[in-house]
Design a protein around this ligand. Structure first.
Ligand code: G6P
Length: 305
């Protein structure tokens, strides 16, 4: 059992061990006590803690760590399809496949500052070719920065031998842990257009100030800035979301009725989570053979008043 109160200072480490139901997970620890956990099942980040050992991501107490169900919470990877924007299963298949540790990833830019990271890889297989007939390599780097920021980098390459391009949509389906959804506001999306999933994906324009929550929300904000803030007044914490290569931002809270309808989600848990998802949804991404796409997400949690 891990201590909830992080040690003041320890050696940075990357360890592979067994998680829930014996599933393999990678634990990243920074010297000041920040940590993160990634399950190979789904290439799924399930924990990100600050130096005081406080969990910053939401994972449902009812999450099922058992294939083929995707883990409810953390950061599921939606690929090659976001939601039901296509003919594949909801959110594509990457979130319920077993990823591998990539021991020899292609080089990263030299300005990459983190020393605590893990590289994962998911490749096409014969079985998946039946539902999505393309050859690809999806490399995911999960890194803890020295200051505790969590950085995810996805690199997706078309390795089709038949000269065919492929097209996909994508999201880092990030579940943030919040004190009380009624006390939270999102800044950075005001005045933007969005597709409302609760109204047949119709397009609206956001009015007024920051976004606040008093009922179910399921929207894809379009052409969003690279920086978005989620302010949690009660907890005096602000999440800063920085993204690159991902123009859209999905905002989702199921609220009470939908919460009750989900078997792997507690009835009251909607009060303590908010999904703000860096995504590429409106305009899908097309890669020709040999081409690579890159999408990054950087999460910081800073004290605020
Ligand atoms: O239940 P899941 O398949 O994990 O999807 C959970 C949610 O993901 C996204 O945020 C979509 O916009 C929602 O429409 C969906 O309900």
């Amino acid at each position: 059992m891990e201590s909830e109160n992080a040690v003041a200072s320890s050696t940075p480490s990357v360890d592979v061990c067994k998680g829930i139901n014996g599933l393999n997970k990678v634990v990243l620890r920074e010297s000041r006590g920040n940590s993160a956990e990634v399950y190979l099942y789904g290439g799924h980040v399930t924990s990100w803690k600050n130096e005081r050992g406080e969990e910053l991501l939401f994972v449902s107490s009812k999450a099922i760590f058992n294939p083929p169900k995707a883990i409810r919470g953390g950061i599921p990877i939606c690929f090659p399809q976001f939601s039901n924007h296509g003919s594949l299963e909801q959110h594509g298949f990457a979130r319920n496949r077993f990823w591998s540790i990539d021991t020899d990833p292609p080089p990263f830019p030299t300005n990459f500052s983190s020393k605590v990271f893990v590289d994962l890889i998911l490749k096409s297989c014969e079985e998946d070719m039946k539902i999505w007939p393309h050859s690809y390599e999806f490399r995911l780097r999960v890194a803890l920065e020295p200051g505790g920021d969590l950085m995810l980098t996805s690199r997706i390459r078309n390795t089709n031998p038949n000269g065919k391009p492929f097209t996909f949509t994508f999201a880092y389906h990030t579940y943030l842990s919040v004190s009380d959804i009624g006390e939270v506001r999102v800044e950075g999306l005001e005045t933007l257009d969005y597709l409302d999933n609760l109204q047949k994906k119709e397009r609206f324009t956001e009015q007024g100030d920051a976004i606040t929550f008093e009922s179910e929300v399921d929207r894809v904000y379009l052409s969003t800035p690279t920086k978005i803030a989620v302010l949690d007044h009660e907890r005096k914490r602000t999440f800063v979301i920085r993204k690159d290569g991902l123009p859209d931002t999905v905002v989702w809270n199921p609220w009470d009725k939908k919460a009750k309808a989900m078997a792997d989600f507690g009835d009251e848990e909607y009060k303590h989570m908010l999904c703000v998802e860096a995504a590429a949804v409106e305009n899908s991404i097309t890669l020709k053979p040999g081409e690579e796409w890159k999408g990054t997400l950087e999460l910081s949690a800073v004290p605020s008043c």
